[in-house]
Design a protein around this ligand. Structure first.
Ligand SMILES: N[C@@H](CCC[C@H](N)C(=O)O)C(=O)O
Length: 290
């Protein structure tokens, strides 16, 4: 029998991940293997997978190796590749701490969306410097059943459509991706957030994630929502010099998002490792060849 593969399971506000430590990038993880591992009935289960690789050992990250020793090779639960995962970065950092690769304080993590700065706080919270939001011009509409809403196009390294709704129940069961127009707005698909106000500086969301379905949280989505809400409310820290902070309730917890006066966005929330074990390589090979 070939060597067993170590894994851990973790989550950030219940956005959950299978973590596969693979410093030298020696494990083949084709989309079918990722989907099998993330399967909630036949696999370990997760919204996505965090492949933990040294930047120097991964062709997509070797250019970032001088800045960040570790690369988050993030995959969605269906096996597709995404540019960024905000909750994933926090959980990734928590894993590095648990494995003894880093200690409390600041570290850099390479992602497909660039190098992110992470702060592991004493109280267990993890803060990520998420970079700046890009807000492409143009109207977008998302719909669920008979209802449709104008949505704000926000790019946090990955694409988001943010729709303000009267009631989160109007998003329906979110068993399939909400249709959007125009198709050209998101040629590679989109993460869709439905948002309601909870009070001053306080919103709540539900999200349908590209490649994962409805999840209990989305970090990049929460950042996109904070920026869309600020602009809707006439606030732009880069113009006024005044930072804005939003508390964003997600089904799995709460995230705090600050947009600074330089446009940089910081996200704070928990990150937890819940289990570790071994993957049977024979099962993985069989699951992958189906
Ligand atoms: N859950 C993530 C986002 C993961 C990627 C997303 N599904 C995509 O395809 O862009 C987060 O916490 O940001």
């Amino acid at each position: 029998m070939s060597t067993r593969i170590a894994f851990l399971k973790g989550h950030g506000t219940e956005n959950d991940f299978v973590i596969v430590p693979d410093p030298e990038n020696a494990i083949d993880l084709p989309p079918a293997a990722v989907a099998a591992l993330c399967d909630r009935r036949a696999g370990i289960g997760g919204d996505g997978l965090l492949h933990v690789v040294r930047s120097a050992a991964h062709p997509e990250a070797e250019g970032m190796a001088a800045e960040a020793e570790w690369f988050m090779d993030y995959r969605n639960g269906d096996g597709s590749v995404a540019e960024m995962c905000g909750n994933g970065v926090r959980v990734f950092a928590r894993y590095l701490q648990r494995a003894g690769h880093v200690i409390e304080g600041d570290l850099a993590v390479a992602t497909r969306g660039g190098v992110k700065t992470v702060h592991l706080a004493k109280n267990g919270d993890v803060t990520v410097g998420m970079g700046r939001a890009v807000l492409p011009a143009g109207d977008v509409t998302v719909s669920v059943g008979e209802r449709s809403w104008p949505a704000r196009n926000v790019n946090m390294g990955n694409p988001h459509a943010v729709a303000f709704v009267d009631d989160l129940a109007h998003a329906g069961d979110l068993l399939s991706p909400p249709p959007f127009t125009p198709a050209a707005a998101y040629p590679d698909g989109v993460n869709v957030e439905f948002v309601v106000d909870r009070g001053p500086g306080h919103v709540a969301l539900r999200v349908h994630e590209r490649g994962s379905g409805e999840t209990r949280s989305c970090g990049t989505g929460a950042c996109a929502v904070a920026v869309a809400t600020a602009r809707r409310d006439g606030a732009d820290p880069t113009a006024t010099g005044t930072p804005v902070t939003y508390t964003v309730d997600v089904p799995g917890g709460t995230l705090v998002i600050t947009e600074r006066s330089d446009g940089e966005i910081e996200m704070t929330g928990p990150a937890v490792i819940v289990a570790e074990g071994e993957i049977d390589p024979d099962w993985l090979e069989a699951a992958t060849s189906v």
